[in-house]
Design a protein. Structure first.
Lengths: 319, 133
């Protein structure tokens, strides 16, 4: 497994894609490969792109890849789509929009299914970013599933978060609600040629006029019109990329990159503890049949979840 | 540990008739597979690169334009040229009987023609394709 990590460091595409696959499948010992590459991480600029289903995230990502490649930087993309809660299957369709980059060796695109994760990402995204980072990608774009109001896990992984809005999704009260609207470093009003775009722009603007920006960064709003006009679309996305770079420079100049990195390592240690401590206990309970017994006891109201959890904790935790 | 069968579904060549591919994509989703659908007008190069980057267990090709005798073997050959021997290629579409054997000879693992039921395709995958170790 460490071998896979070593090969990923050299940019070996098969090693990289297998490693991401093993992370997704939670293959035992995959952690060994991550241990090997971890010291080399932290070089890439991680850009998150999030918004409602059909807002245009994949299409924007596709054009953004062009803007980034035009500056001779390499790109890694992780695009997340939902898994079925019923069958566990998934239809991953983000690549359809990014087809033209399939032949470009400077671009690596990977589709991931959420596999039950609720925050708009897949559990594999955190380590997946590390893998794309050490394979040498300059910019990593993480495209979330189509989100509603509070699937905002992306803030734990990205340096720059783009929130894509489209006209016609609700009144100005939506704009002052907590959650998604708070996490943007840059707002994109996509499909801005449609009716309601000016109104949405004004609402977003007035929402921000009420806000405070302790870091000193006030999220800009970038209007992007239909991709059916390729030239104006490309020009808007070039402007968007300028804003993304401005934000990155801002983070660096104000020592805020560390703060973002800290969010990521906090998430990572949380996940790692969970998989090192909670998951082995859970799987032991399931294997021994104790888990089923607990479920039955709860169904009969013989006890409650907290008492059971205390009992398990007393058994496994040294106080 | 939760292994999932990952399948790349693509339409190579100049053919916009994607109803069949979309029905299959949906059917594979319901069978519990992860399907990466790359849409229409793919070149063999794009399909091969996508298959490698996505580390899939199988490539499914759909083509209704009549160019399958060129495009399907081309995908198989380019995978081989890239040193990829563990991703089987399966094809479907309007394939005349006389083309079947040449396609198998070119390295396709299975060919499904009109009349093949969705269940029979899913069964074939479950019996012949394993999620990679």
């Amino acid at each position: 497994m460490e071998e896979l990590g070593k090969r990923a460091l050299t940019g070996d595409i098969r090693a990289v894609s297998r490693l991401i696959r093993n992370i997704e499948d939670q293959v035992p010992n995959t952690h060994e490969a991550i241990k090997h590459i971890f010291p080399f991480t932290g070089r890439a600029h991680v850009v998150g792109i999030t918004g409602a289903p059909g807002a245009g995230k994949s299409t924007l990502t596709d054009q953004l890849i062009c803007s980034i490649r035009a500056q001779n930087k390499t790109v890694g993309v992780m695009a997340v789509d939902p898994s079925s809660p019923f069958t566990g299957g998934a239809l991953l369709g983000d690549r359809i929009r990014m087809l033209r980059h399939a032949d470009d060796p400077g671009v690596f695109v990977r589709s991931l299914a959420t596999r039950g994760a609720m925050g708009g990402l897949s559990k594999a995204v955190g380590d997946g970013i590390h893998v794309l980072d050490v394979m040498g990608k300059d910019v990593i774009i993480v495209e979330t599933v189509g989100v509603g109001q509070q699937e905002v896990d992306i803030i734990n992984h990205a340096h720059t978060v783009l929130v894509v809005l489209v006209p016609g999704m609700g009144d100005e009260v939506q704009a002052i609600k907590a959650g998604l609207m708070e996490v943007a470093d840059i707002f994109i009003i996509n499909k801005a040629d449609r009716e309601g775009a000016r109104k949405l722009y004004k609402e977003t603007l007035s929402m921000m006029d009420m806000g405070k920006f302790p870091s000193g960064w006030r999220p800009p709003i970038v209007m992007v019109e239909s991709n059916l006009e390729p030239h104006t679309f490309a020009k808007s996305v070039d402007e968007l990329y300028e804003k993304i770079n401005e934000h990155y420079v801002f983070l660096k100049e104000h020592n805020l990159l560390q703060e973002r990195a800290q969010l990521k390592v906090q998430t990572e240690i949380n996940d790692a503890l969970r998989s090192a401590i909670l998951e082995p206990v859970l799987s032991r309970l399931v294997e021994s049949g104790e888990f089923d017994q607990m479920v039955q006891k709860l169904m009969k109201k013989e006890t409650d979840p907290y008492t059971l959890a205390d009992e398990v904790a007393a058994k496994y935790l040294i106080k | 540990m939760a292994k999932k069968i990952r399948i790349l579904l693509a339409k190579p060549g100049l053919d916009g008739h994607d109803r069949g591919a979309k029905v299959l994509a949906r059917c594979f989703r319901d069978a519990g597979f992860e399907v990466i659908y790359t849409g229409c007008h793919n070149t063999p190069e794009q399909i091969v690169n996508a298959a490698i980057q996505e580390d899939v267990d199988m490539v499914g090709l759909s083509c209704l334009s009549g160019a399958h005798t060129y495009l399907y073997p081309e995908v198989v050959q380019q995978l081989r040229d890239r040193g990829v021997t563990d991703i089987p290629v399966v094809g479907g579409g309007i394939i005349p009987d006389r083309d079947m054997q040449p396609l198998y000879d070119a390295g396709l693992k299975a060919i499904f023609t009109p009349g093949a039921t969705l269940d029979s395709i899913v069964d074939w995958i479950n019996n012949n394709i394993a999620a990679k170790e």
